[in-house]
Structures are given as C-alpha cells and as structure tokens.
Design a protein around this ligand. Structure first.
Ligand SMILES: Cc1cc2nc3c(=O)[nH]c(=O)nc-3n(C[C@H](O)[C@H](O)[C@H](O)COP(=O)(O)OP(=O)(O)OC[C@H]3O[C@@H](n4cnc5c(N)ncnc54)[C@H](O)[C@@H]3O)c2cc1C
Length: 488
C-alpha cells in the first residue's frame, strides 16, 4: 500500500511491531519515559500462545512495569512445586523463591498491552505492516493496513518485537541443537494438581502444565532432524505426538481426556540475532534471541530485553552522544543472556544424560564437572592474606543507571560471564581498586567499612571471593595446593 493511499498519518518517536510480552513491555516503558509510541499487532487479543509457565523471576519485572497487581489478580494458577522425572524416579521439587504463574497467554498478553495503552501508547490492532522504509537516519515511514484502511506511521526509531521469526530480517546464529516442539491442549485430562510436569524420555523431553481455564498443555520436544523419520514411522504428526505422550509417565493421563484443537509443531531451537540493535532500529524479545524452553524463562527474558531496549532507545533519543555506549550495552546483555541460558540448559540436560544413553541427551548435555573449578582454595578467614586475581581487569562498562545507559567502571574476569559493576547498588570497582597488593581479609574489611556498613562490606568481599575476583595471596595458594598444613 503506497503512502499516498494511507487514510491518516501518525507520528511517533518509536513504532513497535508485535505486542507479545516484549512489544507491550517496551511500549509501556517508553510511554512512561515520555515517548510517543505506536504499536502494530497483527492479531486481535486475546489470542492463544505457547509459553504459559512463568517462573517467580518475572515478578520484579512486573513490578518495574507496574502491572504486578493486575497479573496477580487475574486468577492465574500459582504452582508451588513441579513434578520432575529427570533421573530414574519421580520427585516433587518445590518452587524456589516466590511462586510464578501458569497463565492463559491470551489474557496475560492482553493485560500487558492494555497497560501499554493506559500509559499512552497508541495500539493499531489487528494491523499489518505493508512496508517499512528507512528514509534516512532516524526517519522511518511504515505503511500499515488496519482493517480496510491504511495508516502511515512516521517514526524516529522502529522496534521489532514480532517473536521468533522477526520482521526486520538479519542473521540469526544457532546456539543449540535443532529442537522441535509438538504440542496440543487437552480437556478433562484427569491430571491431578497444579504442578508443572517435566520428564526426560528416551529421545525426547516432555513438559506439561494445567492452565487456568481447566485445559492442559502437553508438549514433547524432539530433535528436529528426527521429525520426518518419526512421522513416517508413526504414520502422521498426530500419531507421532500421541504415541510419544503415551510413553510418558507424567503426561500419558492426558490421553484419557479430550484433545482440543490440532497438534501443532514449532521450532524450539535457541538462536541469537547477530545485530540486535542499530542507532534507529532494535530487536526485542524472541526477535533478538530465543532460549531453551526448559527454563520456562522465555517470557521473563523477553520482558527483560524490552526493559533494556527501552533504556537504550531513551538514551539514544535523549543523549545521542551516548549512542555507541547504549548499543554496546544492548549487545553485551543479549550475549550474556544467551550464554547464561545455554549453559544452564546444558547442565540440566547433563543431569539426565547420566541416566539416558541416547544421542538426544549426549548432544545437548554440558558436563558440570568440565567447568574450571576453584576448589582447593583455603577458606576465607580474618587473617588470610588475599589479593586481586591477576587476570581481573578494570574497564569502562555500559550499565543502566536510572532511565539511561551510562558508563561505569567495572571488573572483567575471564570465565565470569558478565562484568561486575554493582552489587546491590554498591559500585565494586572502586572497592577492588583499594587492593594495591596483598592484604589480610580483616584489614580490607576495615578499609571498606569506612565506605559501607560492615555487613555490606562482608557481603561484597564474600561475593568477589566466590566469583574469583579475589584469591589467596600467591604464596598462600601455593602452600595450600601443595597440601602443606594451612597457615595459622
Ligand atoms: C515450545 C515452547 C514452549 C515455551 N514455553 C515457555 C514457558 O513455559 N515459559 C516461558 O516463559 N516461555 C516459554 N516459551 C517462550 C515464550 O513463548 C517466548 O519467550 C515469548 O512468547 C516471547 O515473547 P515475544 O514478545 O518476544 O514474542 P511473542 O510472544 O511471539 O509475540 C510476538 C507478537 O508479534 C505479533 N506479530 C508477529 N508478526 C507480526 C507482524 N508482522 N506485524 C505485527 N505483529 C506481528 C504476534 O502476533 C505476537 O503477538 C516457549 C517457547 C516455545 C517454542
């Protein structure tokens, strides 16, 4: 649809495409920061979406967005434990920390989008981009089909929050084995309790969860390369799915209920976009990176990336001199998340691989014992002489400070996935810089206690020790590793 047939023209600082958790969170946050925002979503809401199990880690993000009450009072399930058959027996694992939710994504996403509109974002829905044109630096013209009419949106920046496939294109690097999810919803499945269910199969893993409306989502994850062969052996996708569910100890009961709707297949491979942000375009949520569904943290990661993206866009629009810093921040945080989730999932697969001999498991597993171990250090004690690890470097790191990305001095250590800048609001680099050479733990705490409370000083010291930023003075370390008695 060319520009000239657009019935109306809107101008905004940012045009956000896609109104899943990432797009809605970004739109709300930008509007709260005073920016004009247009959101373009192709489906009317509520619409169904996979990704219904949210861990408690999403709660602080809902707090930042100011939507926690709305989500908590929406009647979603709050499971306190999960049934796990990952080794050779079924265990009930208590949810660590605060309970998360099992949500109806149609309603969950609608609450977030309504909150974005309440903050001032203009929502075009159901609407589709017909063309997205970059006319110059910070000058975009998007032509949108909204029902029978056309709308032209002029914006300084665009955000792609359209999910896994993305709208703006670009190269996506694969960071895991290719994985395919087959899932369906069930009614009356005679499955007791609100627990999420996770199970290791022979050449697959299973995930299932009761949902607020009385339905049950049962999903099986297989290696994508096996799909054709498995379907041809089973006769059809439905037969493959139901045959695999029948072999699951925790989900087989579903088959006594009624399947509602088709068996769907979707990609569940982890990928990472190589250019998540430029000065006037940003990819958010699954358009920027996808993580293994094993962690049930996809929605949390999508909202987290939206909050980072909001600070990045805000910085670029308000302090253009800090554009490179802001882009560096976004890329760094994206890579950190990808790596963190890749390793966490790999270790979890590693637990099952000890019991499951198949290639499905060995190709996904990361051996926790393969990690460099720092064991072998003496325990921290008041008289222990410590020093900065020689490989620790001080660097200027882009960080979120208030609503902006701003530089701060941080510590970079090989093997620690992210630079260490703040520990609960305490800037650690200036503290670490006070170590000019070996010093006893007692003296260091004494020095730091002039800047912090002594409890906080102990906390920071313990944390830097655990992270490997601090180590025993070289000679003490040598004594210890040679197994001489520890110095008194
Ligand atoms: C099998 C599987 C199981 C999962 N399980 C979990 C789980 O239990 N817990 C969890 O937290 N996460 C889970 N996830 C991940 C979770 O689904 C995603 O992380 C989350 O939905 C990402 O949010 P998003 O906003 O980036 O994208 P989406 O939620 O996909 O939202 C994208 C939006 O963009 C819209 N859109 C698409 N194209 C266009 C276009 N051209 N124009 C306008 N709008 C468009 C779509 O309609 C949609 O509303 C799972 C993923 C998979 C594959």
């Amino acid at each position: 649809m060319p520009d000239r047939v657009a019935a109306s023209t809107l101008s905004a600082d940012v045009c956000v495409f896609g109104a899943g958790p990432a797009g809605a969170a970004l739109a709300r946050r930008l509007a709260q920061l005073g920016h004009s925002v247009v959101v373009v979503e192709k489906h009317p809401f509520p619409r169904s979406h996979i990704g219904e199990s949210l861990v408690g880690g999403v709660l602080p993000l809902l707090d930042v967005l100011g939507v926690r009450n709305a989500i908590e009072s929406a009647g979603f399930l709050r499971p306190e434990s999960a049934l796990v058959r990952w080794a050779d027996a079924i265990e009930r694992r208590a949810t660590p920390g605060e309970s998360g939710f099992q949500v109806d994504r149609g309603r969950f996403d609608k609450i977030l989008l309504t909150a974005a509109a309440d903050a001032g974002a203009q929502v075009l829905q159901p609407a589709r981009a017909v063309s997205i044109q970059r006319r110059g630096n910070g000058d975009w013209l998007s032509t949108i089909r909204l029902g029978a009419t056309g709308v032209a949106v002029k914006s300084r920046s665009v955000a792609d929050a359209t999910g896994r496939h993305g709208l703006l294109g670009g190269t996506k690097r694969r960071t895991s084995e290719r994985t395919l999810a087959l899932y369906a919803y069930w009614k009356y499945p005679t499955v007791d309790g609100a627990d999420t269910r996770v199970e290791a199969g022979d050449e697959a893993w299973y995930w299932g969860a009761p949902l607020p409306g009385g339905e049950f989502n049962a999903t099986v994850f297989i290696d994508s390369s096996n799909y054709r062969e498995f379907v041809s052996r089973a006769g059809s996708r439905d037969a493959l799915y139901e045959g695999m569910i029948a072999r699951s100890e925790l989900l087989a009961e579903c088959l006594r209920g009624v399947r509602i709707g088709p068996v769907r297949a979707c990609d569940a491979t982890q990928r990472c976009d190589e250019t998540p942000a430029t000065p006037d375009a940003i990819k958010v949520g699954e358009a920027a990176f996808t993580i293994d569904p094993l962690s049930s943290q996809g929605v949390q990661a999508a909202i987290g990336s939206a909050l980072h993206a909001a600070a990045v866009i805000h910085t670029i629009l308000e302090r253009p001199g800090d554009t490179e810093l802001a882009l560096g921040f976004y890329r760094m945080r994206q890579l950190e998340s990808v790596e963190l989730h890749r390793v966490a999932a790999g270790r979890f697969y590693g637990e099952a691989a000890r019991f499951k001999p198949g290639e499905f498991w060995s190709r996904r597993a990361i051996d926790p014992g393969g990690e460099a171990s720092r064991d072998g250090r003496p325990p921290l004690s008041a008289h222990l002489e410590i020093e900065l690890a020689p490989q620790a470097r001080f660097e200027t790191i882009p960080t979120i400070q208030g609503d902006f990305i701003a530089p701060a001095m941080g510590i970079v250590l090989p093997g620690v996935s992210r630079p260490i800048v703040f520990l609960e609001e305490v800037a650690v680099a200036p503290l670490a810089a006070m170590l000019q050479g070996p010093v006893s733990v007692e003296r260091l705490l004494d020095r730091w206690s002039q800047k912090l409370t002594s409890e906080r000083a102990v906390q920071v010291l313990r944390w830097l020790w655990d992270a490997g930023v601090l180590r025993p003075r070289a000679s003490e370390n040598a004594l210890f590793t040679l197994s001489f008695p520890s110095p008194k």
